[in-house]
Design a binder for this molecule. Structure first.
Ligand code: NAD
Ligand code: MG
Length: 406
């Protein structure tokens, strides 16, 4: 791939990761060209992106929004931009032959099939959409090696670990211990409620949960950070990406979010990747790999940071971490069920139908109510994802889960 003509499909262009990706691409317009940009509902934002970047294609969720976008682009005399809608269009722009890099930044399970399409077309896939990997783990990683795709983690922790692993291992399936790695240290900010008592957590509002102290992110992942389900999903993500077991991954709460994660080696060395908490760093890393790019991120000022703190996570106040670890240990469809139940629970919390502490309770109840099975095909995963959503919805409408009770 010659870097002068790198063509990018950006799935989830209007989101938080999408906007940071556009910012990096805009700084290096000579090296990266947008083939396609996609969004589910934010048509105004997608229009603005089209006007500014003039990609070849734009994809949106509904036919009405696609029609609206076409007519605005006609008015702007940008009829060259092909506008389409729906999942088949997402699959098309992910596997288009002229595309080199696909940024997978759709939120949640909806990102699975488009991301998989990019993998199956052997693209370089920049994976922000952790839910896709959590749901389909082994199947997804098998597809990566079978189709010779390059999978680069964009989640800041996994990107940090990737950077701290020996170069010869990067991107390959090999036992970590053979490279002298003894453990992965996954850092967590602890979210906005790190120091809150269980009592105080009872009455948390969506806006409080979405006000992350260090990172500015989409609402779903912000709630996940507040419950620490995000760290649970990341634990599962790390197991699949780096072919390791949950026992080899240690979660370390680090409130400053300067150390983005670490790798411990058999000789006692611990390598850390540090930087300001800004997603443009891992995004630029993924775009330019194996070289480096100016991401427009402020240089790290260690004197201003002054200290780095580390503490153990509290699973009594943040049970989602335990639920995720148990789901990974149970294997099969358990992580997909955990993820589906969590998506339903977070949406219910954001809609004011479920309390903050009810999120973990609903996820646990759904896991208990659902039979696990072997995750032997993507069809099984999608079927179990839908089944777990229905089961979580049913439980949600039971009296015990009504707002104020759970
Ligand atoms: P966001 O909510 O800000 O944006 C989500 C994007 O996905 C939007 O463009 C939206 O239009 C699109 N989308 C939503 N539902 C869709 C659907 N059903 N079909 C197609 N497109 C859909 O989310 P975000 O914070 O940018 O996060 C995106 C992904 O990256 C998530 O999986 C998240 O866990 C992961 N991630 C985000 C951050 C961060 O800093 N924001 C960090 C690490 C990982
Ligand atoms: Mg992360």
């Amino acid at each position: 791939m010659s870097s002068s003509s790198c063509k990018v499909t950006l799935l989830g262009a209007t989101g938080s990761i999408g906007r940071s990706t556009l910012d990096v691409i805009a700084q290096h317009a000579d090296r990266y060209q947008l083939h396609a940009v996609t969004a589910q509902r934010s048509r105004e934002a997608l229009l603005e992106i089209c006007l500014r970047f003039e990609p070849q294609r734009a994809v949106i969720g509904s036919s009405q929004d696609a029609e609206w976008l076409r007519s605005r682009l006609r008015e702007a005399r940008l009829t060259r931009i092909d506008v389409s809608h729906g999942e088949s269009a997402l699959l098309e722009v992910s596997r288009a032959p002229e595309v080199d890099v696909v940024m997978a930044a759709i939120m949640g399970a909806a990102g699975l099939m488009p991301t998989l399409a990019a993998v199956e077309a052997g693209k370089r896939v920049l994976l922000a959409n952790k839910e896709a990997l959590v749901m389909s783990g082994g199947l997804f990683m098998d597809a990566v090696s079978r189709h010779d795709a390059t999978l680069l983690p964009i989640d800041s922790e996994h990107n940090a670990i990737y950077q701290c692993l020996p170069m010869q291992r990067a991107g390959r399936h090999r036992e970590l211990t053979r490279d002298g790695v003894s453990r992965l240290l996954l850092t967590a900010s602890g979210g906005p409620f790190r120091t809150w008592s269980l009592n105080a957590l009872e009455n948390v509002t969506p806006d409080q949960a979405c006000a992350h102290p260090n990172w500015s992110m989409g609402r779903k992942i912000s709630v996940d950070s507040a419950t620490m389900m995000n760290k649970g999903l990341e634990l599962i993500e790390a197991c699949w990406l780096f072919d390791t077991s949950p026992a080899q991954v240690e979660v370390v709460v680090h409130p400053q979010s300067i150390v983005h994660s670490m790798v411990g080696y058999a000789d006692g060395s611990v390598l850390a990747q540090m930087g300001n908490p800004d997603m443009r760093t891992p995004i630029a890393y993924g775009l330019a790999w194996p070289s480096r790019l100016d991401a427009g991120v402020e240089p790290l000022d260690l004197f201003a940071v002054s200290r780095l703190d580390f503490e153990a996570p509290d699973e009594a106040r943040f049970p989602c971490l335990r639920l995720a670890r148990e789901a990974m240990e149970a294997g099969g469809t358990a992580p997909a069920i955990l993820n589906a139940a969590n998506e339903v629970a977070v949406q219910a919390f954001l809609d004011g139908e479920l309390s903050f502490l009810g999120i973990a309770k609903l996820v646990e109840a759904t896991l208990e109510a659902t039979e696990m099975r072997a995750a032997d095909s993507f069809d099984v995963i999608l079927y179990e994802d839908a089944r777990a959503r229905r089961s979580a919805e049913r439980l949600l409408h039971q009296r015990s889960f009504q707002r104020g009770r759970a």
